[in-house]
Ligand binder design. Structure first.
Ligand code: NAI
Length: 335
């Protein structure tokens, strides 16, 4: 049976890596009808909005999307389309697996953890205003409902994946009310849904030191939105960088899969971006829709390419010379 899935190519390297990802997914044998949708700065001219209604309607209908990165201007301009999408579809859990890969040399060879980020609340919501000239304020809103559902998701995810431990990274020593509520809810959900799963809390600054010293002591790392955002890129650096770190945004009845990285303006248009993080996000999507066999085929193929590590088959960020499509074609050849 075929699947109808929304596709947002996105900005910068987005169109290039989504093309590569479509190629690899098609080779795996899965039948997908893609609905290509506009979003990003490029959508404004034609639709008058960075996130056109047409895109929202299609995702609302099909409840599933694969998304390229979207640029957010710094210090002004339009607000984040990513934040709008996550809030609009209530995609409260960002799941970002971080795994060592054969063939990609880093300081660590035994990393296997998941960053679980609350995706809809906290300072990352960008609720800011000017109090008086020269004084600006950012609101950090944390709710019991939002904190309970991410923690419950975390323990249920841990059980379904056979994971043994969940560590919350927080700053509740300083933000006693907001992060305090977050960990209070995590403790409560551990009591209710965490049977057999070890629970641990760490203040985020010391936690970061522990992550870079010995990532193997972590299993699931859960955090509120902004901390989870920062930790995702930190952890990506443990296993070879942003080019190899996939992700998903999960809600109760909708999911959008995307790489952790952004639109990479420094390499956009050069055809050299690593498509693997989006391809891996595509594998997560296939697992989500019950197409595990096709997902396994892709996984075996990219692992074979990485293990061989031929310079003409992998991209520059992981030590090769290949372009985006060459890497994707190498993966297709192994299937
Ligand atoms: P970035 O992730 O785009 O790039 C950081 C560095 O990693 C750059 O040197 C880039 O070349 C490299 N990189 C990223 N992805 C790569 C890939 N697939 N292959 C090879 N190298 C790769 O982060 P940056 O520069 O901070 O943000 C650029 C834009 O992307 C901003 O507008 C930001 O708001 C947006 N962004 C969007 C995200 C999303 O759509 N989910 C996530 C993160 C950032």
């Amino acid at each position: 049976m075929g699947h109808t899935i929304c596709l947002i190519p996105g900005d910068g390297i987005g169109p290039n890596i989504t093309e590569a990802t479509k190629l690899v997914l098609a080779h795996s044998g899965v039948q997908i009808d893609w609905i290509e949708l506009p979003a990003g700065a490029g959508a404004v001219d034609e639709y008058g909005d960075t996130l056109p209604q047409k895109t929202l309607d299609a995702i609302a209908e099909h409840r599933l999307a694969l998304k390229g990165p979207l640029t957010t201007p710094i210090g002004g301009g339009f607000s984040s389309i990513n934040v709008r999408l996550r809030k609009h579809f209530d995609l409260f859990a960002a799941v970002r697996p971080i795994r060592s890969l054969e063939g990609i040399k880093t300081r660590y060879d035994d990393v296997d953890l998941v960053v679980l980020r609350e995706n809809t609340e906290g300072m990352y919501s960008g609720l800011e205003h000017e109090v008086v000239p020269g004084v600006v304020e950012c609101l950090k809103i944390i709710t019991r409902e939002g904190s309970e559902r991410i923690a419950r998701f975390g323990f249920e995810y841990a059980r379904s994946r056979g994971r043994r431990k969940l560590t919350v990274l927080h700053k509740a020593n300083i933000m006693k009310m907001t992060d305090g509520l977050f960990i209070e809810c995590a403790r409560e959900m551990h009591r209710k849904y965490g049977e057999g799963i070890e629970y641990e809390e760490m203040i985020v600054d010391a936690g970061c030191m522990q992550i870079v010293r010995d990532p193997s002591r972590f299993d699931i790392i859960m955090a509120e939105n902004l901390v989870g955002d920062v930790l995702s890129d930190l952890c990506a650096g443990l296993v070879g960088g942003l080019g190899v770190t996939p992700g998903s945004n999960i809600g109760h009845d909708c999911a959008i899969f995307e790489a952790v990285h952004g639109s990479a303006p420094d390499i956009a248009g050069k055809g050299i971006a690593n498509p693997l993080a989006l391809i891996m996000s595509g594998v997560m999507m296939l697992n989500h829709i019950g197409e595990e066999q096709c997902g396994e085929r892709i996984k075996a193929a990219y692992n074979a390419v990485l293990a061989e590590g031929r310079p003409d088959e992998v991209t520059r960020d992981i030590g090769g010379q290949a372009g985006t499509l060459q890497f994707a074609e190498a993966i297709c050849r192994r299937m």
